[in-house]
Write a protein that binds this ligand. Structure first.
Ligand SMILES: [Zn+2]
Ligand SMILES: [Zn+2]
Length: 279
């Protein structure tokens, strides 16, 4: 039976649930980040900027509040949305949210890098070297754009097509988890991933770490497809990835690794001197 709480009760619930999911995923990201294995696999072997964590913590508080206001607003005006659960519908909703948000993120992110809009995105780039908390570091304006887009897709899924809440919730959890992982500055995926067909579709932590280090390029969220199609992918991405995997993460922010395409998968031993020789 649909449940219709009062507005303050609804707002409080949304704040609690959405805030907890956000903080939990960042906390889990930190636990992974602190391990010894993670320390070996850093993409950039550099310190954070002074005051970075403090700045990001304030921004995260703003993000939690902004999201709570937007989600409460949507839920209040549309009323309870309960669609019957079917696995095929849930998968379809998930795919819709995933693909839709990839496009929304790429387009708005690229626009936010234009000089006239960059001030709204600057908060996210307080981190040149990222850590999991960077996943929640956005200005209120940028967050309105991002969450607004996500809720627009959410609304369309439930009102214009046979969507389910389960598909949307599953996507949200994926989104938070991959965001915390993607900002960990730690490369967990093996060398061969980047050149495999999966790696030609999906991102890695290295992919996004390079966006924070270099600004102009790698605008995509969890996929690399739009960057590849639109010419905004960095050519040395496979090499930077390989360096992180070899426990030889980059030490200079502007460092590029020119040379041939991807590191040869076999024999690995002969590829190593070439890669480290470009330091
Ligand atoms: Zn980022
Ligand atoms: Zn950016």
């Amino acid at each position: 039976m649909p449940w219709n709480p009062s507005l303050p009760m609804l707002a409080l619930l949304v704040l609690l649930i959405s805030g907890t999911v956000k903080l939990l995923t960042v906390a889990l990201g930190w636990l992974a980040w602190r391990t010894r294995a993670a320390e070996r696999l850093r993409v950039y072997r550099r310190e954070w900027a002074q005051g970075q964590l403090r700045s990001e913590a304030w921004a995260a508080a703003g993000v939690v509040l902004t999201d709570a206001v937007l989600i409460t607003g949507l839920r209040y005006y549309t009323g309870p949305l309960l669609a019957p659960f079917r696995l095929s519908t849930a998968l379809g909703t998930y795919a819709w949210m995933f693909v839709g948000f990839e496009v929304w993120f790429y387009v708005t992110h690229r626009l936010l890098h234009l000089p006239r809009f960059y001030r709204f995105h600057a908060q996210h780039h307080v981190a040149q070297v990222t850590e999991p908390l960077t996943a929640l570091s956005f200005s209120v304006v940028e967050r309105l754009v991002l969450t607004g887009g996500g809720l627009g897709l959410h609304f369309a899924a439930l009102h214009l097509m046979p969507g389910t809440q389960v598909g949307i919730l599953a996507y949200m959890v994926t989104n938070y988890a991959l965001n915390a992982l993607g900002h960990g500055n730690t490369e967990w995926l093996p060398r061969r991933f980047v050149t495999s067909w999966v790696g030609r579709v999906f991102f890695t932590p290295t992919f996004h770490a390079m966006h924070h280090a270099r600004y102009q390029g790698h605008y995509g969220l969890f996929t690399v497809v739009l960057d590849r199609w639109l010419g905004t992918a960095f050519e040395d991405y496979p090499r930077v990835h390989a360096r992180a995997r070899d426990a030889e993460g980059l030490t200079r922010m502007g460092e590029r690794l020119p040379g041939a395409l991807a590191p040869a998968p076999v024999p690995v031993a002969s590829a190593v001197p070439g890669v480290s020789g470009t330091r």
